[in-house]
Design a protein around this ligand. Sequence first.
Ligand code: GDP
Length: 510
Amino acid sequence: DIDCVYEALLNTAIDIDSLEADSRLDEVWIKEVIKKSGMKLKWSKLKQDKVKENKDAIRRPPADPALLTPRSPVVTIMGHVDHGKTTLLDKLRKTQVAAMEAGGITQHIGAFLVSLPSGEKITFLDTPGHAAFSAMRARGAQVTDIVVLVVAADDGVMKQTVESIQHAKDAQVPIVLAINKCDKPDADPEKVKKELLAYDVVCEDYGGDVQAVHVSALMGDNLMALAEATIALAEMLELKADPTGPVEGTVIESFTDKGRGPVTTAIIQRGTLRKGSILVAGKSWAKVRAMFDEHGKTISEAYPSMPVGIIGWRDLPSAGDEILEVESEPRAREVIDWRKFEQELEKNKDDLKIIEEKRKEHQEAHQKAREQYGTLNWKERSFKKYLERKEQRPLKAKKKAEGDSNVLPIIIKGDVDGSVEAILNIMDTYDASHECELELVHFGVGDISENDVNFAETFDGIIYGFNVNASNVIQQSAARKRVKIKLHKIIYRLIEDLQEELSSRLPCLV
Ligand code: GDP
């Protein structure tokens, strides 16, 4: 209901902008805001800094180094199509399922853990290829610590090999080279290493620091060596995270499960996720109902670098969305509201720019008025303005007895200073553009009084009340004296009413 919004807008505006601040209201401007933003918003919500505040409020400062503990690496497998990425991932996963003995059904959760005999763990992201990697990066997510670059030994460096290298470099993620298909008779691993030199990927044999492992994903040959090389690199990177405090993570995948509703899989990057935690991600939030690992097993805690399936989302977040834990459900809702609002703002950016310019204009006008009227309060200021106007243009309103005049004398009463000033300010603009067919003969705060009625009677004027009452006694007195009292609760209605009165009084001028 646009009227309600309008009223809310006006009222909020009056609340927010204290009397000495910018309380100048422009009817057109507010209408514009509603129209352009296309949303039913409160004025205060237009404050973009508030959006930012709500976005950043839940982001924690960097962790205290004392709280950091080692974490396992998160690895993405990249390389040219058909060089064996999927086969490699499948084999790595199978080594784990075999090792699990239980032989449980593996669930696709976008990532899985490989445990080495040494007890070290590696998290492999399940979606091979740089499309997924760059999609995540485009969203600002940096989940990957290490890229395993797969190059087929029979094929050598190809287009997507080069692209993968570029992506890893852009993200400043180090590479471990997996020279694949070494079981093939025409495999030439040395050729691969040489070719890579041209792309600044220098293997250890050539004096560089890139470890190269000859593997056969198909046969499962040397995969442990690849895992160990990855761990060796991870140790050098000294990967650490703070496992305490509110959780941070990244959505790897999200999908709707028939039985469980929206599910996301995520990599935890900070804190420890537990059942009952309240999370926000993108424009969705969750109260964690359950968590499970890649074997479909329910888990009670998820630590940094752990892939985890999370149930309890209200909507589906997107891959790459940042997950942040918040303290309560209301807070989660608030954050989501602000994010949605921000999106709307973004959609209406250009229109809002115009609105913002208008607002600036008004602020400047207000500033000017302030310079002109110094430290006077609104009443003194209004009165001074009123006197000045009078000086420039003698009061045209004549007492009833003196006969007809070309003006509409009015009396304005409002509930609070702010509302009266707002009306006066709108009238000011109106005044200027219409060569004063309106004349304010009296104004003030409070219910309509006998004094107001007398004023109105004397000048044959109309009383306008905003958010005020007129008692029965006053109503009767006004009726006797043939004085119109018009009460409004919405400023623009009041202004419209005024304009109608004007046009009915001065049909030739409007
Ligand atoms: P992706 O496109 O990089 O994911 O490549 P795939 O894993 O789908 O493998 C492409 C083809 O290469 C498949 O036919 C695999 O069976 C085969 N392949 C993958 N790894 C090896 C390997 O180590 N040796 C041999 N001989 N073939 C392999």
